[in-house]
Design a protein around this ligand. Structure first.
Ligand code: NAD
Ligand code: MG
Length: 399
């Protein structure tokens, strides 16, 4: 049975779409979301899970009141509810699709409980990669990457079905593709005036707002670089970021003999989700077959770290190691949220991250408590940077 964390989000909805195509194969044990009662209620009625979890207590109360009396779904709330529905004995697969650092404790609990973890929540690996990978190894859990690039790399790697981590035999390099986002061809001056809606208008993918802004700033690729290092046990210099604006190739693996294997398909997350749900079998996903004639061309270019400093900042955080990645991730979450609320400019996002990284010590991420405290402190410092920037924006009249 499957537990879907973040079921009302973009990945959650796509996961349930794939599950609904295979009623004989999958049962839904639990659905979990933050506070969107109406969306979770509709999903409960359609999928009849044993449990529904709302992080927000008042939302849990409302959901309880709205569920029809004859519905067998029990409503739980908060972190303890999440932990209960990922560790239950009946659950074999957990889709970890909560957005942001909030997804780490539940992803970690699923890994510690030895589940098959379908990992969409890249922030949990960026923050606590060391802890998460250690939990996977010691419990014998299986981590299957859902992020399209990592899923593509996984598909192109020489996987040993008996092992919980992919093999690197004969691999010389990983080519991590990036669409370049909606601002790929924008000047810095134009990006200074970018609005949240412009940043969220991704040319190829339809996603939640946080990851859409990350794609526009290329922080998404920075987070994915760190994610790939953890999942595939790679050093940073074994990964090359390649901008590929069509998003048809989802990433590539280069071998010692000169072969390069690519995974291609239409940009629709139901493909990697179906791959994760069915692995090692292939399942129907609802994704239209790729039309190569209509696609016509595949372009490639180098990323511009001058216009997109977030990629450089993520690289630097990865090189610094320890809690630097958690600090970088937390500062980014605070800055992105401030940008989405129109408190700072798009181009201020990397400033907030850089200043937060400069102001914080880097520690060994020896426990979840250390990582969570670095995350909390970074949020406070980043919020101060945001307040200063927002204040200067008001004074100078630069909206
Ligand atoms: P989204 O904003 O559409 O959905 C987020 C989900 O998480 C919602 O169900 C929300 O209720 C839930 N949530 C938010 N805060 C929570 C909290 N504190 N506790 C419990 N639940 C909470 O996000 P999304 O685009 O679906 O992305 C989810 C994750 O998957 C992110 O980590 C993202 O980076 C990753 N991802 C997304 C895509 C995509 O195409 N959308 C692709 C690759 C990776
Ligand atoms: Mg991705």
């Amino acid at each position: 049975m499957v537990t879907v964390l973040g079921s009302t989000g973009s990945i959650g909805v796509s996961t349930l779409d794939v599950i609904a195509r295979h009623p004989d194969r999958f049962g839904v044990f639990a659905l979990a979301a933050n506070s969107s009662v109406a969306a979770l209620l509709a999903q409960c009625l359609a999928f009849q899970p044993r449990y529904a979890v709302m992080m927000d207590e008042a939302a849990a109360e409302t959901l309880r009141a709205r569920l029809p009396a004859d519905c067998g779904t029990r409503v739980l709330q908060g972190a303890s509810g999440l932990s209960q529905v990922v560790t239950a004995a009946e659950v074999d697969t957990v889709m970890a699709a909560i957005v942001g650092a909030a997804g780490l404790p539940s992803a970690l609990a699923a890994a510690e409980a030895g589940k098959t973890v379908l990992l969409a929540n890249k922030e949990s690996l960026v923050m606590g990669g060391h802890l998460l990978m250690q939990a996977v190894r010691s419990s014998g859990a299986r981590l299957l990457p859902i992020d399209s690039e990592h899923n593509a790399i996984f598909q192109c790697m020489p996987v040993d079905p008996g092992s919980s981590v992919p093999s690197l035999a004969g691999v010389s390099k990983v080519l991590l593709t990036a669409s370049g986002g909606p601002f790929r061809q924008w000047s810095h001056a134009r990006m200074e005036a970018a609005t949240p809606d412009q940043a969220c208008a991704h040319p190829n993918w339809s996603m939640g707002r946080k990851i859409s802004v990350d794609s526009a700033s290329l922080m998404n690729k920075g987070l994915e670089l760190i994610e790939a290092c953890w999942i595939f046990d790679l050093a940073q210099d074994q990964i090359e970021v390649v901008v590929h604006p069509q998003s048809i190739i989802h990433s590539m693996v280069q071998y010692l003999d000169g072969s390069v294997l690519a995974q291609m398909g239409n940009p629709d997350m139901r493909t990697p989700i179906a791959y994760g749900l069915g692995w090692p079998e292939r399942l129907v996903s609802g994704v239209a077959p790729l039309d190569l004639i209509a696609t016509a061309r595949l372009d490639f270019e180098a990323p511009d770290e001058g216009r997109f400093p977030c990629l450089r900042l993520a690289r630097e955080a990865a090189a610094a190691g320890g809690t630097a990645m958690a600090i970088c991730n937390a500062a980014n979450e605070v800055a992105v949220s401030a940008f989405l609320d129109e408190r700072i400019r798009f181009t201020s996002i990397p400033r907030v991250i850089e200043q937060t990284l400069e102001l914080m010590p880097v520690l060994e991420p020896s426990s979840l408590a250390v990582v969570e405290s670095a995350d909390a402190e970074a949020r406070l410092i980043a919020a101060q940077q945001v307040a200063t920037l927002a204040c200067s924006v008001r004074k100078t009249g630069l909206a």
